[in-house]
Design a protein around this ligand. Structure first.
Ligand SMILES: *[C@@H]1O[C@H](CO)[C@@H](O)[C@H](O)[C@H]1NC(C)=O
Ligand SMILES: *[C@@H]1O[C@H](CO)[C@@H](O)[C@H](O)[C@H]1NC(C)=O
Ligand SMILES: *[C@@H]1O[C@H](CO)[C@@H](O)[C@H](O)[C@H]1NC(C)=O
Ligand SMILES: *[C@@H]1O[C@H](CO)[C@@H](O)[C@H](O)[C@H]1NC(C)=O
Ligand SMILES: *[C@@H]1O[C@H](CO)[C@@H](O)[C@H](O)[C@H]1NC(C)=O
Ligand SMILES: *[C@@H]1O[C@H](CO)[C@@H](O)[C@H](O)[C@H]1NC(C)=O
Ligand SMILES: *[C@@H]1O[C@H](CO)[C@@H](O)[C@H](O)[C@H]1NC(C)=O
Ligand SMILES: *[C@@H]1O[C@H](CO)[C@@H](O)[C@H](O)[C@H]1NC(C)=O
Ligand SMILES: *[C@@H]1O[C@H](CO)[C@@H](O)[C@H](O)[C@H]1NC(C)=O
Ligand SMILES: *[C@@H]1O[C@H](CO)[C@@H](O)[C@H](O)[C@H]1NC(C)=O
Ligand SMILES: *[C@@H]1O[C@H](CO)[C@@H](O)[C@H](O)[C@H]1NC(C)=O
Ligand SMILES: CC(=O)N[C@H]1CO[C@H](CO)[C@@H](O)[C@@H]1O
Length: 816
């Protein structure tokens, strides 16, 4: 009996289901299903069409081909993205946001047959080239979102008057926003952000939407006019974003009436004046006014228990942060960088229970960093202040800390190995402090760290860290310390390393040629150590863009193989469009500066352009010739081989270095002539060939007309020296050197200059002649006494005739 019951039950259920399936009509009306299918077939599915797909918090979300499985055999109310009214079965919502749709949208689109549609979201698809004019038609529409859809036209006037939500973020809208938008009496949320060509002007009369409007996002539109009095009626406004809207002057008065505001973003404007009135906004959760000209003190901070975000970065705030603040127990993010705040960082900040991000960079805070109460710190950046004392222990005991930047303070003590407990740390920047002792060995085991900067401290001992495999170190800077011993061979495990700076230490090792096997290494700085021996390597160094081995004890021939392998230097990235920087993905928090010597100056590059290609092997004991192969490194901007014992000639192949800006071969034993071919170095700004054994004539023309005497001094055999400005110390002496226009000169070639004549007389008298020239150009008559009297006579007579011109190019052409 039981068995029969079970069978009956199963049969019954089956029959019921069958009956339900066959008897219930399609919930979704046929015409609407058809309209949807028609709509589907207007478009192709292409993942690229939803490339830019984000949720409201800015998180990238995965796109999905929502319409792919829409088909006749199923009820359209069950299709992805389609919602029907439960009683009538009418399609009331269509959400195809991030649906990989690509194609044109026509004004006769079947979509407009969905008369009952209340919510329509077509954001993040590619309807490029469409004429989108939601002819409403869709008269019932309440919500319309077309974020990131390239509309690129004016906003049609003709839309449903029941709209509550209009989302047109990043739609390339043009022209004037119809005032009608502000008068939609049910409007709750309006997002027109990032439409720089959309001109927005607020109505001066009371808006019909003023009671309903809760969210107004007008970030980056072409806001014109002022914030009118009518704005003060927006009593329901909870969220306002008018960042990047060219607002200037004091904070507009009507804003102070928005006492219900919870979220206020006015970043990147020119607002000025004091900030004391912010205490009126008792419901604030997010307050962000970064990049304005606001001044005054932070005294408005009192006891707002809702505040989560406080951002006044890059303003002119002064004085200390008030200490007598209670509450603020929800404050999670504090950004006050680049102001003029001073005093100590008050205790209440350290006591905030849920602090996540603290950025007080670039102020003049002093005193110690106290222990943090919060266990949820994610970003702590206190760079460029006058903070002192040790690194607080509580900072080394955080589960979520991603960035710890304490550089450019007076922080002292040792780096505790407890720092290795930070299992989520990405940036550790302790540069330019007074840290001492050794580097903890366990640092090399930190598997999440991308940037490690301990430079410019007093760290000593050997480089202890043993870098384990599968680490993420991308930038390692240990320069300007007192580190000794060898370059740690475990660096070979840093496969992602792009930037290694160990300069200005006391490392004592042979050339760590194995670094060449690091596939991404772009910058290698080993300058000013005690590295020694010849450089012979087959290792690749394929991505190297800057190599600085200067001021060491390297010897032997210049490393031809090394140059051969510098693949990245063999392209000239000049026309590569927007500038790119080396190892720069966290540049918002950390800028990977580098000290280089170029154009005769020590410079600190705040960031390193990928086109910045430098070889600096100066101040070693390299010998032999300059290999021709250097001419293949056509991306080179700076080549410095000075202060070695190089011989031979300047290779003609250097003529190919068309973007070379700085060439220093000084203080070697290089002989031969300076090839005329080098005139093709048209980017050259600084040339130093001084103190060699060069002979012959100095090329004239192009950049060579801009170099002065000091580029060549100390080469006994060089002729045609240009004048020197350095000798013109005497202020009374007028500057006589005028850049020569060669073409012009050649026209009046019969008028050969006095130097030309003299050169023609005797090429052997070069020293004397250069002295004469110097003397002439600086008007130091006493130097005459050194000269042969005959010459003196000739010179003075010629000088009278052709005093104004300096034509060494001709000189050399005549004399050789
Ligand atoms: C998507 O874009 C990538 C790169 O722009 C391109 O290579 C690929 O062909 C595109 N895919 C489609 C289906 O168009
Ligand atoms: C958008 O689609 C058009 C063709 O309709 C295509 O030319 C364009 O490259 C697409 N844009 C993106 C970002 O995929
Ligand atoms: C029709 O839709 C159903 C449900 O999504 C799906 O399982 C089926 O594969 C689709 N059929 C076709 C031909 O696409
Ligand atoms: C549409 O769906 C996306 C993602 O699922 C969601 O973020 C968005 O809020 C939805 N749009 C509407 C109008 O509900
Ligand atoms: C819609 O208009 C486009 C051009 O405007 C036309 O090519 C297409 O055939 C029209 N479709 C329908 C269904 O009328
Ligand atoms: C948007 O569309 C316009 C006109 O159709 C086009 O000129 C523009 O390049 C498009 N912009 C983007 C970012 O695709
Ligand atoms: C709105 O559309 C209707 C019907 O298409 C039309 O009669 C009316 O003139 C339009 N209004 C505006 C302001 O364009
Ligand atoms: C911004 O609006 C002003 C005033 O209406 C107009 O002159 C200007 O051309 C607009 N700028 C852009 C980029 O559309
Ligand atoms: C705005 O605030 C000012 C000063 O507090 C007040 O006089 C004015 O009545 C307020 N306006 C509105 C519309 O509430
Ligand atoms: C530091 O702040 C000053 C003024 O507040 C600003 O001019 C400067 O650019 C800031 N420096 C950095 C590195 O942000
Ligand atoms: C803070 O700066 C103000 C000037 O803005 C100065 O008067 C005051 O003495 C400074 N306080 C400290 C502690 O440095
Ligand atoms: C211009 C247009 O297409 N108007 C249509 C709007 O929708 C109603 C039905 O709700 C049609 O009757 C109109 O013809």
């Amino acid at each position: 009996m039981g068995c029969v019951k079970v069978v009956f039950f199963i049969l019954y259920t089956f029959l019921c289901q069958l009956a339900f399936a066959s008897s219930s009509p399609h919930l979704c009306p046929k015409d609407q299903a058809l309209a949807l299918l028609q709509f589907k077939h207007m478009f192709t599915i292409n993942p690229n069409a939803s490339d830019y797909c984000y949720d409201i918090t800015g998180q990238k979300i995965q796109s999905y081909p929502t319409t792919l499985f829409w088909n006749k055999s199923t009820d359209c109310c069950s299709w992805d993205g389609v919602h029907c009214d439960e009683t009538t079965g009418q399609v009331i919502e269509l959400n195809l946001s991030c649906s990989q749709l690509q194609g044109k949208f026509h004004s006769n689109s079947s979509l407009f047959q969905l008369f009952n549609l209340k919510r329509l979201d077509l954001s993040y698809n590619n309807f490029s080239g469409s004429l989108i004019s939601p002819k409403l038609n869709l008269t019932q529409l309440r919500e319309l979102r077309l974020n990131f859809v390239n509309i690129s036209s004016t906003l049609p006037l003709n839309f449903s008057s029941y709209l509550t939500t209009l989302g047109l973020l990043y739609t390339n809208l043009r022209g004037e926003l119809p005032e009608r938008v502000f008068h939609l009496s049910d409007l709750e949320s309006l997002d027109l952000s990032n439409n720089p060509q959309l001109t927005v002007r607020f109505p001066t009369t009371k808006w019909n939407s003023s009671a309903s409007l809760m969210q107004l996002y007008l970030y980056g539109v072409n806001f014109t006019g002022r914030i009118p009095e009518s704005f003060s009626h927006l009593t329901s406004l909870h969220e306002l974003d008018m960042s990047h809207s060219n607002l200037s002057g004091p904070i507009p008065k009507p804003l102070w009436n928005l006492t219900n505001i919870e979220s206020l973003f006015l970043d990147d404007n020119h607002l000025e004046g004091p900030i004391s009135q912010f205490s009126r906004f008792g419901k604030l959760r997010y307050l962000s006014l970064r990049n304005n000209n606001l001044d005054g003190r932070l005294e408005f901070l009192s006891s707002n228990n809702r505040l989560e975000l406080l951002d006044f970065s890059s303003n002119y705030l002064t004085g200390p942060i008030p200490t007598n603040v209670s509450g603020l127990q929800n404050l999670q993010r504090i950004y006050l960088s680049s102001n003029y705040l001073n005093g100590t960082i008050p205790s209440w900040i350290f006591f905030l229970p849920s602090l996540r991000e603290l950025d007080l960079n670039n102020n003049t805070f002093s005193g110690k960093i106290q222990e943090f109460k919060s266990k949820t710190l994610s970003i702590v950046t206190l760079k460029q202040n006058k903070l002192e004392g040790p690194i607080p222990k509580s900072l080394l005991n955080q589960q979520f800390l991603r960035a710890l930047l304490l550089s450019q303070n007076n922080i002292s003590g040792h780096i505790s190995s407890a720092i290795c407990n930070l299992k989520t740390l990405v940036i550790l920047d302790l540069k330019s402090n007074n840290l001492e002792g050794t580097i903890p060995q366990c640092l090399g085991e930190m598997s999440t760290v991308w940037i490690l900067d301990l430079s410019n401290n007093g760290l000593s001992g050997t480089i202890n860290p043993i870098f384990t495999i599968e680490n993420r170190f991308n930038i390692i800077k240990l320069n300007d310390n007192k580190l000794q011993g060898k370059v740690p061979s475990s660096l070979i495990n840093c496969e992602k390393l792009e930037f290694l700076d160990l300069s200005n230490n006391e490392l004592n090792d042979a050339f760590p040629k194995w670094l060449g096997d690091l596939p991404h290494l772009q910058i290698l700085n080993l300058r000013s150590n005690k590295l020694y021996g010849p450089i012979r390597t087959e290792n690749l160094f394929a991505q190297i863009r800057i190599i600085d081995l200067s001021s060491n004890g390297f010897s032997g021939d210049l490393p031809v193989n090394l140059f051969q392998n510098f693949q990245a230097m063999k392209t000239n990235g000049e026309n590569s469009g927007t500038p790119k920087y080396v190892a720069d993905i966290y540049s918002y928090y950390y800028k990977n500066s580098l000290k280089v010597t170029t154009k005769g100056l020590d410079q600190e590059l705040p960031r390193v352009l990928t086109t910045q290609i430098i070889i600096d092997l100066s101040r070693n004991r390299f010998e032999g010739c300059i290999p021709n192969i250097i001419g293949d490194l056509v991306g080179l901007r700076t080549l410095n081989l000075s202060h070695n014992v190089l011989e031979g000639h300047i290779p003609e192949s250097l003529q190919h270095l068309s973007v070379l800006e700085s060439l220093d071969l000084s203080s070697n034993k290089i002989g031969g002539e300076i090839s005329q071919q080098l005139l093709s170095l048209t980017s050259l700004e600084v040339l130093n060939l001084s103190h060699n054994h060069l002979v012959g004539c100095i090329p004239k023309g192009n950049q060579f007309n801009t170099f002065e005497n000091n580029s060549y001094q100390g080469n006994d055999g060089l002729r045609g020296l240009p004048p020197s400005r350095d000798f013109g110390r005497d202020d009374r002496v007028p500057q006589k050197t005028i850049p020569v226009e060669l073409d012009h000169e050649e026209e009046d070639s019969p008028m050969i200059s006095w130097q030309a004549v003299l050169m023609g007389y005797s090429c052997g008298l070069v020293i004397g002649l250069s002295v004469i020239y110097i003397m002439w150009s600086t008007q130091y008559p006493t130097w005459f006494s050194r000269m042969d009297l005959k010459l003196e006579h000739r010179i003075s007579t010629r000088m009278k005739r052709h005093k104004k011109r300096y034509k060494c190019a001709l000189t050399c052409r005549y004399s050789t």
